[in-house]
Each structure stands twice: as structure tokens, then as C-alpha cells.
Write a protein that binds this ligand. Structure first.
Ligand SMILES: Nc1ncnc2c1ncn2[C@@H]1O[C@H](COP(=O)(O)OP(=O)(O)OP(=O)(O)O)[C@@H](O)[C@H]1O
Length: 300
């Protein structure tokens, strides 16, 4: 079984609003998959359909090779809404209660507390936990049944930078441990550091999917030179006009950064004054923004 999550044509309509439209999503075994999109894009609705909490209007879901439904989520752990814990019980006792309900041995409690780095504070009352600790306890609860697939909906929402970093570390650790993780976020910077692949959803549609490097697209060179039109013409002759774009008063060249010294020498030799020439990495936030605004990614 190589695809722990597989949807086909998954669609959810609420009256006249299509929250999720014709979504084909695949998550591969052992990967950390980032499900990315702005608020209201349809992430939570999708995750709820995966878990059988919301009935799709049309389309199909396969989760660990089964159709989700009541009592059919063995092997899956999820943190969708903020988990409900007893405020006056300790983190450990909260997990003990859940473990008993789930028919899980008490030994798992210590293990999952350790996994989420809460052992030191496990005896403290839940009410006194920081938001980050509460989220990590939520992940611990989702891990109680030793799932093969973990689904986390915006686990870093509302966390401070330290809390976000802790959550990233945790997700990375879980992924490295062989668990398949599907994690949603509206922050590209959050998922790019932990995810093997990313799917971008906008207005209910999956508009891009791939590794972060694929989404970012090819690297290139950025050149500031005078006169600019002369520089553009000469650069076009050197590398091909289709690889040259005039943007914001400079040139974007879709060529390998290793050609910088050669290009510089050629441009200067042609009488062009080169003020700046540096490798250009596409700004991921800009890629994300372009994707969401235009529904396309312009890969150089
Ligand atoms: N039960 C519901 N009834 C009607 N509309 C809903 C319902 N649940 C979600 N929606 C709408 O569906 C769209 C997608 O919402 P969803 O919560 O899935 O997005 P999201 O990407 O998870 O965003 P957020 O990060 O803000 O939760 C939104 O326009 C939302 O208002």
C-alpha cells in the first residue's frame, strides 16, 4: 500500500458555495505532505472529508486503502479541531483517560509524552500549558494508537515562533520515524522546512503539487545594468531571448548561476555597465502568492 491518502474528484458543496472542487490528492507512504492554502481555501473541509466527519457531495476517498467511516479509522491519528482536554487534569492524566477509552496500554502514554517532548511537564495541569504545549499534547493524543498516518490541521496556528519551531521539530521527527504525515497550513514558510511534498489549494482547487524545489522552480541570475535595453538585447543574443525577462528595472535570466562570470565578462565587453549580478532564488512567498492570485506558477 503506497498511497495512504488518495482522493478522486473530491467535491463538497455547501448550498451555492463549493468549498472543495474536484480534488485529486495523493499522499505517499512515509512522506510528510504539506497541504497549503490561504484561510477559507478548503483545507479543513478536505481533511474532515478524509476522516469521514463530513460527507462529500461527490468523489471518493481512500484512507489506508479503506473508505473512511465510523469505526474504520484504525491506523489513523488526527488533530483537527483543538482537542478537548480536562483543564484541571495534568497532561499525563488527560492522556491516561484517552488511552483507557481507546483501549491502549498505559505504557503508550509515557512514550507519546516523550515523543512530543512533554515528559518534564506531564504532571502539570493542562490549564497552565502554553498554546504550543497544548498543541503538542493534542499531537500526543493523536499518536496514542500508534498511527501509520497522522493528519494535522494547522498545528502551528496561533503559536509563537518558538512554539512553531517545536512543532516543526516534532513533525520532522515523526516523519523520520516512518509515520506518514499530512499537515495543513496557510504559511508556506512553515511547511517548506518539513515537507517532502506540498499541495497548494486555492478556492477549493488543488492548483499545484510537487516538492518545494519544484514549486520554487529553476534558479537563475539577476542583473542590473545600464543601458538596460542594450543589456537585454545582448543577454538575449548570448543565452536566447526566451530566457531573458525585464522585471523591475533589471533582468531576470533563466540560466545556471554558474554562468555569472562569463555573462558579466560578455556584457562588459559589449560596453554594458553591470552594476549588480547575482544568483536569483525565487522567493517562495512570491511563488505562493502568484499561485493563489493567478492560479498558475511561472517556472523560469
Ligand atoms: N459547515 C459549513 N457550512 C457552510 N460553509 C462552510 C462550512 N464549512 C466550511 N464552509 C465554507 O467552506 C469554505 C472552506 O472552508 P475551510 O474551513 O475548509 O477552509 P480552510 O482552508 O480550512 O480555511 P481556515 O484555515 O480558515 O479554516 C469557506 O468558505 C467556509 O466558509
Amino acid at each position: 500500500m503506497n498511497l495512504p491518502v488518495q482522493t478522486q474528484g473530491l467535491t463538497k458543496r455547501y448550498g451555492g458555495l463549493t468549498a472543495v472542487r474536484d480534488l485529486d490528492l495523493t499522499v505517499r507512504a512515509g512522506e510528510v505532505y504539506g497541504f497549503l492554502g490561504p484561510n477559507g481555501a478548503g483545507k479543513t473541509t478536505t481533511l474532515r472529508m478524509l476522516l469521514g466527519l463530513v460527507r462529500p457531495t461527490s468523489g471518493t476517498v481512500r484512507l489506508l486503502d479503506r473508505t473512511p467511516g465510523a469505526g474504520r479509522l484504525g491506523g489513523v491519528g488526527a488533530l483537527i479541531e483543538g482537542p478537548a482536554f480536562y483543564p484541571y487534569l495534568s497532561g499525563r492524566d488527560n492522556l491516561r483517560v484517552l488511552a483507557r477509552y481507546a483501549g491502549v496500554g498505559a505504557d503508550r502514554v509515557a512514550l507519546v509524552l516523550d515523543l512530543v517532548d512533554l515528559t518534564d511537564r506531564a504532571g502539570d495541569r493542562y490549564a497552565g500549558y502554553s498554546l504550543g504545549m497544548k498543541q503538542r499534547l493534542g499531537v500526543a493524543a493523536a499518536l496514542l494508537k500508534d498511527p501509520r498516518l497522522l493528519i494535522l490541521d494547522e498545528p502551528t496556528n496561533g503559536l509563537d515562533p518558538a512554539g512553531m519551531a517545536d512543532m516543526r521539530t516534532l513533525i520532522r521527527r515523526l516523519g523520520a520515524g516512518g509515520c506518514t504525515v499530512l499537515v495543513s497550513s496557510h504559511l508556506l514558510g512553515e511547511v517548506e522546512q518539513v515537507c517532502d511534498r506540498v499541495g497548494v489549494i486555492s478556492r477549493g482547487r488543488l492548483i499545484a503539487e510537487g516538492s518545494v524545489a519544484e514549486l520554487r522552480g529553476a534558479a537563475g541570475l539577476w542583473v542590473l545594468a545600464d543601458p538596460l535595453d542594450e543589456a537585454a538585447t545582448r543577454a538575449g543574443e548570448l543565452v536566447g531571448p526566451e530566457r531573458v525577462r525585464v522585471v523591475d528595472g533589471g533582468l531576470e535570466l533563466a540560466v545556471e548561476p554558474e554562468r555569472a562570470a562569463w555573462l558579466n565578462a560578455e556584457l562588459v565587453g559589449a560596453g554594458v555597465a553591470v552594476r549588480e549580478l547575482r544568483p536569483r532564488e525565487r522567493d517562495l512567498e512570491q511563488v505562493f502568492f502568484d499561485l493563489i492570485e493567478k492560479g498558475t506558477v511561472d517556472v523560469a
